[in-house]
Design a binder for this molecule. Structure first.
Ligand SMILES: Nc1ncnc2c1ncn2[C@@H]1O[C@H](COP(=O)(O)OP(=O)(O)OP(=O)(O)O)[C@@H](O)[C@H]1O
Ligand SMILES: [Mg+2]
Length: 256
């Protein structure tokens, strides 16, 4: 059965979507069956995965609010992963879900309905701690927190940790924090190295993944091309971290 990971950080632009898609591609490359789930009305993941979000009629929105079975809306991407797509309609779901029963567990139900068919389910959350992110945390086994190696990006991390503690207490007692994933790291600047040290000092209770996703323009180019970064050129600095992360996650899963 699939292990479910969510990429979460309410700070925008820290690499949640980029990490979801490229980790998925790296897992797929080592023969894992991967489902990507787009939980952000911005639908960047849906676009990255090769689709035009606004031309998709039935998305996660209908699964959440009208009980459409997820298997009816899953799309196959060109690189072999599956995708539960989103589009702007998902922003309405936040309001509509307020009156639905078990509103914090809607994503859990959706994921549970399909997880048998996959090895990994990767949830991409939006940059807020609203009901969709709460749903994602309730549905996940583990959270990966991407933190971009800039000082301001560290400020929100404590608030996310508080929400995770709350979710553990009330909704999902087995939720674990897999670790902090440093993104957009620039090894040439002192600032990047300082941020890594601050992460080690301030979050000594959390696992800091031992590889950093280096800053590279190839990531932006790959999202424009709607292709995994590995397909942009043979050696992309930073992309290797996703391959290492994929291998580690598979090893850990096999040991369970
Ligand atoms: N390692 C990297 N180096 C350089 N640019 C990157 C890197 N990772 C992501 N980017 C770029 O930074 C921008 C933000 O990345 P991304 O969309 O993955 O962040 P996000 O956390 O999902 O954002 P949001 O909070 O808006 O959903 C994108 O333009 C992306 O191409
Ligand atoms: Mg995103």
């Amino acid at each position: 059965m699939a292990e479910v990971f969510v990429f979460a950080n309410q700070k925008g632009g820290v690499g949640k979507t980029t990490s979801t898609f490229n980790l998925g591609a790296a897992l797929q490359d080592i023969d894992q069956r991967v489902l990507l789930v787009d939980l952000d009305p911005q639908a960047s993941l849906t676009f990255y995965a090769g689709f035009d979000p606004e031309s998709i009629d039935v998305t996660l929105h209908q699964c959440l609010t009208r009980d459409v079975p997820p298997k009816d809306i899953i799309l196959s991407t060109e690189c072999g992963m599956d995708l539960l797509p989103a589009n702007m309609d998902l922003s309405l779901a936040e309001l509509q879900m307020i009156n639905l029963p078990a509103r914090e567990r809607r994503i859990t139900r959706i994921v549970n309905a399909v997880r048998d068919a996959y090895d990994f389910v990767l949830l991409d959350s939006q940059p807020s701690l609203g009901i969709l992110t709460l749903n994602a945390l309730a549905a996940a086994d583990q959270v990966i927190i991407p933190v971009s190696c800039e000082f301001l990006s560290l400020r929100g991390t404590r608030a996310l940790l508080k929400l995770i503690a709350k979710v553990r207490g009330q909704l999902n007692s087995h939720l674990q924090i897999a670790g902090l994933l440093p993104t957009m790291f620039d090894s040439r600047t002192r600032h990047g190295r300082e941020i890594l040290q601050i992460l080690r000092d301030q979050f000594s209770d959390l696992y800091l993944f031992p590889y950093t996703v280096n800053r590279s323009i190839r990531f932006a180019e790959s999202s424009r091309a709607q292709l995994p970064v590995f397909e942009m050129s043979i050696q992309v600095p930073g992309a290797l971290a996703y391959r290492e992360l994929a291998r580690d996650l598979v090893k850990k899963k096999e040991r369970k």
